[in-house]
Design a protein around this ligand. Structure first.
Ligand SMILES: NC(=O)c1ccc[n+]([C@@H]2O[C@H](COP(=O)([O-])OP(=O)(O)OC[C@H]3O[C@@H](n4cnc5c(N)ncnc54)[C@H](OP(=O)(O)O)[C@@H]3O)[C@@H](O)[C@H]2O)c1
Length: 392
């Protein structure tokens, strides 16, 4: 099998775990040949750690490298559209971290105060351009939604198919104590708050499951026809005025840190999505599936495969426990193989194989586009205090 050259753009949190995963795909011929990131020292550090031969500070230089087949976007959300479009124009396949795109304004500090109807229009146009340009240039736009690849979600898919039943009610949540990325504080970089950063995961998984069910049962996907949403800034609530939180991120600028969305699917079934930056005790990733003939509960960031106790936070020293855990003292549930459980390894493997085998990945640009549509219709719903319909 020939080599598949990867170019990573960005050198932060996501770039680090992607770079780790590509080592494990070496047997497939995947090799990270270049990294481009804005701050050279951070790119150098990542390159040194993972043996990446070329480092650049301008992503356009990376797009000119002839041995880069796939460009892996690990940059803040506001750059996804620009970089993905440039990569596709350069004839490179694109892996785009979630969310596919969004509304970011023109860099103004109060982008988050823009009317939601305008945001929706701009975000959909951006997503449509990305999908259309990739198709026109004959390259793959691969949407890095790891929940789709999480083994627990894939087992749900298999159980649903085996049962022949109907998914009536989905309830999914991703919550934790807040993002470490400074970009996440501002709408102009992230395109929203907890809903787009965290809620995009359960929304992506629900759309994937209903799309798959629809193809199996009706020969066409089941999509979302309406959303009803409420968002909130809980760390600015009166309840905290005399009692500022110690462990929760609370320096949000113009983004929500709590959201609930009800999805109405076009077959009459429902989904409820929760996303919050106000959750202590490690990241929470759950999905409940209530079916006509079965019921399934997934809890894939916290399970009791391993339970550990330490009387003091120093006992386990630097050993990793689980994402976003505040302390190692007391009882904890160490993740045995987080990158497998979260689907990161299987996701990047599918993307490399999709390029090598010239087939569609399981999670593609169209799924990313649908997630953007649901999220910005939800922002419109929350602004207007009413259910908003989504035209197919
Ligand atoms: N699937 C998941 O579970 C998951 C988890 C985390 C993040 N993500 C996604 O991954 C993406 C990156 O998030 P992150 O947490 O890794 O953010 P991060 O830690 O802040 O890293 C972002 C990186 O992008 C670089 N960058 C910024 N502007 C750039 C430019 N113009 N050209 C090249 N590089 C540039 C930054 O450089 P500087 O250091 O100079 O700022 C930084 O190295 C986001 O889309 C996020 O949603 C996904």
């Amino acid at each position: 099998m020939g080599k598949t050259g990867i170019g990573i753009i960005g050198a932060g949190f996501a770039a680090h775990f992607h770079a780790r995963m590509y080592h494990e795909l070496a047997a497939l011929g995947a090799e990270v040949v270049a990294i481009a990131s804005r701050t050279e020292s951070k790119a150098q550090e990542l390159a040194h750690r993972h043996g990446i031969p070329r480092v650049m500070t301008d992503y356009r230089d990376l797009l000119r490298q002839p041995d880069v087949d796939i460009v892996d976007l690990c940059v803040p959300n506001y750059l996804h559209h620009e970089v993905a479009m440039a990569a596709a124009q350069a004839g490179k396949h694109v892996i785009c971290e979630k969310p596919l795109t969004g509304y970011f304004g023109a860099g103004e500090e109060d982008a988050g105060h823009t009317p939601r109807s305008h945001m929706l229009e701009v975000a959909l146009k951006s997503a449509d351009e990305m999908v259309a340009t990739a198709a026109q240039r004959g390259v793959k736009l691969m949407y890095a939604e790891n929940w789709v690849y999480a083994p627990a979600i894939q087992k749900v898919r298999a159980l649903v198919a085996a049962s022949g039943g109907t998914i009536l009610d989905l309830r999914g949540e991703e919550s934790h104590h807040g993002s470490a990325s400074s970009y996440a504080r501002h709408w102009r970089y992230t395109g929203g708050g907890a809903l787009i950063r965290l809620g995009s995961h359960p929304i992506g998984a629900m759309l994937h499951l209903k799309r798959t069910e629809g193809m199996r049962r009706r020969g066409r996907p089941i999509g979302v026809s309406a959303v009803t949403a409420v968002t909130g800034e809980l760390t600015q609530a009166d309840a905290l005025r005399d009692n500022p939180p110690q462990w929760l991120v609370h320096d949000w600028v113009d983004v929500e840190n709590w959201a609930t969305v009800i999805l109405s699917f076009d077959d009459g079934s429902r989904g409820v999505v929760m996303a919050s930056d106000n959750c202590l005790g490690g990241i929470k990733d759950t999905l409940d599936v209530f079916m006509s003939n079965a019921r399934i509960h997934c809890n894939f960031s916290r399970n009791n495969l391993l339970e550990a106790y330490a009387p003091d936070a120093q006992v386990f020293a630097d050993e990793y426990i689980v994402e976003k855990l505040e302390t190692k003292a007391g009882w904890s549930f160490p993740s045995v193989d987080e990158e497998w459980a979260q689907g990161y390894r299987l996701e990047l493997e599918d993307f490399v194989r999709a390029v090598q085998e010239d087939r569609a990945p399981l999670s593609d640009g169209l799924l990313g586009r649908e997630v953007v549509s649901v999220i910005y219709h939800a922002y419109l719903s929350a602004e207007q205090g009413r259910t908003v319909t989504i035209s197919s």
